[in-house]
Design a protein around this ligand. Structure first.
Ligand code: DOR
Ligand code: ZN
Length: 344
């Protein structure tokens, strides 16, 4: 008998849709699977004003296939000089759903990010006031901290103080990669949650170096040891309402990844739900997938659950080796693999 799984339509609480030609090429991969998505603001230049957020939303909507029902949720990019008024106006005018903290130079297009959390205290007060979630790229950036320790050190140096000083601020620890982060979120108050990507659930840091450098497995935060991957799988499938779906789909042209200085990011949008389904099936937790993908996120953000449905069928499908786009090709996550699930 064919096995099927029907869920409320899921949302993706962390995507990079880019801009220009790339936006048009990638957005429908997300819109086909997800009803809503939290859209990261790390464009060049970054999305730092209400006007920029509104204009970016319009460019996204213009690129979405009109037969798809998709709502982009916009995010402000925090800088050292962000005016707290942008948070209030962005929320009141229905433009910004959240704001993103990129520590300066932590990742792609983050050079305008925050150099010291002290610089944004008033912004955080305003967000706490209006109930706007803070989305955190949780890595320290000092050169003396090993790349594999940057998330754990960030918890001690920044996260602990942040949640203590802003006890009512909603905080999403984005794309967590460590046991330490999963434990921190589990033990924190109800106002602290985390997203988990499909790729951090499927491979550990060995994948990046297997027989040579494999740039398509490189992303930030970088994948960690196996014990951390296992902790993430446990957290995602635990049924805890604090963990929800955020793919961090981050497309880069094939040449920008396969380069002497390759970009960080995994393009997982085309088969995201199939990938999560495989992981939940392996963990004997398919009954928890709907909570993770479709319920915990909107509850945390205070948004309604989606009314539409998605059906996943246990049927093999081959992921293409590359996805040919109008301007440039991208290698998708799971390239060349056969996945045991298909979104129907
Ligand atoms: O791997 C990543 N890619 N991590 C990020 O934080 C940013 C993203 C991107 O924009 O390419
Ligand atoms: Zn991201």
């Amino acid at each position: 008998m064919t096995q099927t799984l029907t869920l409320r339509r899921p949302d993706d609480w962390h995507v990079h849709l880019r801009d220009g030609a790339m936006l048009a090429d990638v957005v429908n991969h997300t819109a086909r699977q997800f009803a809503r998505a939290i859209v990261m603001p790390n464009l060049k230049p970054p999305v730092t004003t209400v006007e920029m957020g509104r204009a970016y939303r319009e460019r996204i909507l213009a690129a979405v296939d009109p037969s798809l029902d998709f709502t982009p949720l916009m995010v402000a990019y925090l800088t050292d000089t962000m005016d707290p008024e942008v948070m209030r106006r962005g929320k009141n005018e229905g433009v910004f759903t959240a704001a993103k903290l990129y520590p300066a130079n932590a990742t792609t297009n983050s050079s305008h990010g925050v150099t010291d959390i002290k610089n944004i205290h008033e912004v955080l007060d305003a967000m706490e006031d209006v109930g706007m979630p803070l989305l955190v790229h949780g890595e320290v950036t000092h050169k003396d901290v090993d790349i594999f320790d940057r998330e754990a050190v960030f918890i001690d140096e920044v996260m602990v103080g942040l949640v203590k000083e802003h006890p009512n601020l909603k905080v999403v620890f984005e794309h967590i990669t460590t046991q330490e982060a999963a434990d921190f979120v589990t033990e924190a108050g109800e106002n602290v949650a985390a997203t988990i990507t499909p790729h951090h659930l499927r491979y550990n840091r060995n994948a990046i170096f297997e027989g040579g450098i494999r740039p398509h497995y490189y992303c930030l935060p970088i994948a960690k040891r196996e014990k951390h991957r296992l902790a993430l799988r446990k957290a995602a499938t635990s049924g805890s309402s604090k963990f929800f779906l955020g793919t961090d789909t981050a497309p880069h042209a094939v040449g920008a990844k396969e380069s002497a200085c390759g970009c960080a990011g995994v393009f997982n949008a085309p088969f995201a739900m199939e990938s999560y389904a495989l992981t939940f099936e392996e963990e004997n937790a398919l009954d928890q997938l709907e909570k993770f993908a479709s319920i915990n996120g909107p509850r945390f953000y205070g948004l309604p659950l989606n009314e539409g449905k998605m059906t996943l069928t246990k049927r093999d499908q081959l992921v293409p080796e590359r996805i040919t786009l109008s301007e440039t090709d991208i290698i998708p996550f799971h390239a060349g693999e056969t996945l045991g699930w298909s979104v129907s």
